[in-house]
Design a protein around this ligand. Structure first.
Ligand SMILES: *Cc1c(COP(=O)(O)O)cnc(C)c1O
Length: 371
């Protein structure tokens, strides 16, 4: 691809930290960067606890297990997200219950969440989709009313804000991904953050293969746990990426602004929104085309790819996949994917490259001129 959809920003800083970790980070120093990254995350999000993990999937699996979720329980999830937000629920024997998303932010619809609560509901997972921010006040009100914990999947929204607070730090737990396609990367990686004192030891125990933090008998296991730890090498990359937070965050916002400008004359489209009091990361600048466009999404993507431009389709509703019962009552979730695409937005993109993408897009959309 001449213009890939995403790639990380790697500078001398990342290379020097990773080189240091691979050269010296062994033996007594094998946790140095992990400890540093843990502190970085705690300070960055203003939370008491942080656990770097090997993926967001692992982070979520750990949190759900710490909450005691298992067979017969239900967990509410948004119908539009990546499967990583959902599969850990299933692996614990619980049932994901799909709530619809909002037409404008593409994030979970609080009214739909409330409608899907049953006596079996044990947690609500919300997803700050494509860097957009969920309606946290409404979600927290529901959480309080029914006494159900909220897990924020902020894999796509590191640094995005809701009324001055960084997302992930607002609910009971926040989980993140630092996969190579995300805005801040450790290659593969993730994290859990929380302020909940009552479950901190539980999370530490589970993430350490069931060995309690105070357990000093070597190789003694107290309970069944999991192993999704981040490596010291990955943590070195993470420390460097977060030192460059301001630069990387503002570049994503600048790129979205360029698209917004370049496409402002295109009628009947919706792009990422930033409701009052929120700050969007714009992980994936995206377009939802209105009904006046007659194109086929896949043809459009193929046409763009043929020109060396990496366009991605909007997420399918998760409940459409064969292992789930279709939640077709989620009408917004079941309509967005047909008309939605993600545009390239890697950090090094120039304004000229944005122009190339937008020109190719105009050429490839065959919209009816009937509006
Ligand atoms: C990328 C992503 C995940 C999965 O992250 P991994 O680190 O690959 O496990 C989960 N949820 C959302 C919303 C994502 O975008």
């Amino acid at each position: 691809m001449r213009i890939p959809v995403n790639k990380p920003s790697i500078t001398e800083l990342e290379i020097s930290y990773v080189t240091d970790a691979v050269t010296t980070g062994w033996g007594d120093h094998c946790y140095d960067y992990i400890n540093r990254f843990t502190e970085t995350l705690k300070n960055f999000f203003g939370v008491k606890y942080a656990w770097p993990t090997s993926s967001c999937h692992g982070a979520l699996h750990t949190v759900l297990m710490a909450l005691g979720i298992g067979l017969g329980d239900e967990v509410i999830v948004p119908d539009v997200t990546w499967i990583g937000s959902v599969s850990p629920v299933c692996w614990l024997g619980a049932k994901p219950v799909f709530a619809d998303v909002l037409q404008d932010t593409w994030c979970i619809n609080p009214a739909s969440v409330e409608k899907k609560i049953t006596p079996k509901t044990k947690a609500i997972i919300i997803v700050h989709l494509y860097g957009s921010v969920c309606d946290m006040d409404a979600i927290l009100a529901i959480s309080k009313k029914y006494n159900i914990p909220v897990i924020e999947d902020a894999a796509e929204a590191v640094g995005a804000e809701y009324h001055g607070k960084r997302v992930g730090s607002i609910g009971d737990f926040g989980v993140f991904s630092f996969h190579g396609t995300k805005t801040f990367t450790t290659g593969e990686g993730g994290a859990i953050i929380s302020n909940r004192d009552d479950l901190a030891e539980k999370i530490s125990t589970i993430s350490n293969q069931g060995r309690k933090p105070e357990q000093h008998i070597m190789f003694w296991v107290d309970e069944l746990g999991l192993k999704y730890k981040m490596s010291n090498l990955d943590a070195a990359l993470g420390v460097a990426q977060f030192e460059r937070f301001d630069e990387l965050f503002s570049k994503k916002r600048e790129i979205f602004g360029w698209y917004k400008d370049a496409l402002s004359d295109l009628p009947d489209i919706a792009m990422n929104v930033e409701p009052e009091g929120t700050k969007n990361l714009y992980w994936m600048p995206s377009i939802i085309f209105g009904d006046s466009y007659s194109f086929n999404r896949d043809t459009l993507i193929k046409g763009m790819n043929a020109e060396g431009i990496g366009i991605r389709p909007f997420f399918y509703p998760v409940s459409m996949f064969p292992m789930f019962e279709s939640a077709k009552d989620n009408v917004v979730s079941w309509s967005l994917y047909k008309r939605g695409i993600n545009l390239p937005s890697y950090h090094d993109m120039t304004r000229d490259e944005i122009t190339i993408v937008c020109n190719a897009l105009r050429k490839n959309i065959d919209y009816t001129k009937s509006y």
